[in-house]
Write a protein that binds this ligand. Structure first.
Ligand SMILES: Cc1ncc(COP(=O)(O)O)c(C=O)c1O
Length: 391
């Protein structure tokens, strides 16, 4: 079956975060909303059909995960990432951010320190600060148009006995880096040496682009496997983030028990009936849809890359290695973040995520979401070109 990713679907009137919060975030809703990280594509037919079929029974009562619930996920992780996970390492949590917040509570105490690597997805800051833990910023190094980790600084930071955990974003949002096995091994060794537990948020892992391979953090060594918790989800992959579904994978029995207990204490272990239905269908039938999706997204990224190089060379694109988010560098325009934001919103009528919301290192950048029809991407590029030409 050939899927049509060109179709433009009107999402207005669906209480969409991306559309309905435009006015409060940008001061206007008269713009192309290319910010929040969901895609504008139709949720796949095999997921929708499973939900419709379940709706044929008109009692939507409390629903359990049956004993085979994890199997499609186990098969998927093996198929996509060559990682053979065991059933007893896995649990359900209704969202990756909720999963990170749970880990902060499960493994650290108030006043402990937690390392993150900005610029990074904003909840990495809030899950630490909200629980009165202290942030340690191991800022990524931006060099030759790409990001790399600052291991020299990480070694010093991890050696502080108050540092108990590190939140790793792999692949990285917003820079789109797919960390190499060697980078992850180095990180694993530094953290294990100083008893710093690693939480690896791998929500974007299934969306690795052609030419790159995602290595699950827990696979890089036995040390990493025993000193980590991994979060994965079907939400980005199959465009079902509104359903709240994700999985934790914790091979270390003691760490698993601590986490599982925390999930129970917070009473967040039960997901919605539709999360279960959609997750099972997505992992069972999603391979072909995802292959076509990745190829389409790569086409969108190539279009943006070529358009920018040809028409707007002052804007630099940090070419993503995974996912549908493009980190654009406007620093050569020599304007303040507010000035660039004003041009994007009021002249180009584009809603991108301001880089400053991703913390230190984000200034000068804006994040564009290309998980949408090529026609929308083309329109966005033309708008940007016209707005910057007028300067
Ligand atoms: C790195 C990363 N983690 C987590 C999330 C959100 O996960 P969830 O909706 O499952 O809480 C996002 C969404 O953009 C993300 O980019």
């Amino acid at each position: 079956m050939t899927y049509n990713y060109d179709e433009i679907i009107d999402r207005r009137g669906t209480s969409s975060y991306k559309i309905d919060l435009c006015k409060s975030r940008f001061g206007t809703d008269d713009l192309l909303p290319l910010w929040v990280a969901d895609m504008d594509f139709r949720t796949p037919d095999f997921v929708m059909n499973a939900i419709r079929e379940r709706c044929m029974h008109e009692v939507l009562g409390y629903t359990i995960r049956n004993k085979d619930f994890n199997q499609p996920f186990i098969d998927w992780v093996y198929y996509k990432h060559n990682w053979q996970v065991q059933n007893e390492w896995i649990g359900f949590v209704p969202g990756v951010v909720m999963g990170m917040s749970t880990a902060v509570l499960a493994y650290t105490n108030q006043g402990d320190k937690i390392i993150i690597q900005p610029p990074v997805y904003p909840p990495f800051f809030s899950v630490v600060k909200n629980h009165k833990r202290e942030l340690v910023l191991n800022q990524l190094i931006f060099e030759n148009g790409q990001y790399r980790m600052n291991f020299d600084e990480l070694k010093k930071q991890a050696a502080d006995p108050k540092v108990k955990m590190m939140l790793l974003c792999s692949p990285h949002n917003p820079g789109g880096r797919v960390w190499s096995k060697e980078e992850l091994q180095e990180l694993a060794e530094i953290c294990a040496q100083h008893h710093v537990l690693v939480l690896s948020d791998e929500i974007h892992a299934d969306l690795v682009l052609p030419g790159y391979t995602h290595t699950p953090f827990a696979m890089v060594s036995e040390t990493a496997k025993q000193n980590s918790i991994t979060l994965m989800a079907p939400s980005k992959t199959f465009n079902i983030p509104g359903l709240g579904s994700s999985s934790y994978i914790i091979p270390n029995k003691n760490l698993f028990n601590l986490y599982d207990t925390q999930i129970h204490h917070l009473e967040i272990g039960a997901g919605s009936l539709f999360a279960y239905t959609a997750t099972t269908a997505a992992y069972n039938y999603g391979a072909d849809w995802l292959k076509q999706l990745i190829s389409y997204i790569q086409g969108n990224i190539d279009f943006v890359s070529m358009y920018i190089q040809k028409h707007i060379p002052k804007v630099k694109i940090v070419v993503p290695q995974a996912s549908f988010l493009i980190w654009l560098d406007f620093s050569a325009l020599n304007m303040t973040d507010a000035e660039v934001q004003d041009i994007l919103v009021n002249k180009a009528k584009l809603g991108f995520n301001p880089g400053t919301t991703f913390g230190p290192g984000g200034s000068g950048f804006h994040r564009m979401n290309v998980g949408c029809s090529r026609l929308v991407v083309q329109e966005a590029m033309q708008r940007l070109h016209t707005a910057l030409e007028k300067l």
